[in-house]
Design a protein around this ligand. Structure first.
Ligand code: ZN
Length: 80
């Protein structure tokens, strides 16, 4: 992990503004969902991409009981 070259202040509601160059670089747009990851010392922001709960693929997804499953895993599950 390397510094992005920006310092941001947290406002009184706990919000930060992601600088425009970073939003552009990482294709972050209004109403996109951001997923937060943490370790002992860091918070990492990533654009949320829905993915299969079994294999992690983000292609050919269908929804089942509110969960995303790819068609490949659906085919595998149907053989069980
Ligand atoms: Zn899958």
């Amino acid at each position: 992990m390397k510094p992005a070259g920006f310092l941001c202040k947290i406002d009184k509601l706990g919000r930060i503004v992601v600088p425009k160059p970073l939003r552009t670089k990482y294709d972050l747009n209004i109403d996109d969902t951001i997923e937060l990851f943490t370790d002992d010392e860091s918070i990492i922001l990533k654009k949320y991409k829905e993915s299969c709960i079994f294999c992690g693929s983000d292609e050919n997804l269908v929804s089942y009981e509110g969960k995303a499953v790819c068609k490949s895993c659906v085919a595998k599950l149907s053989k069980i």
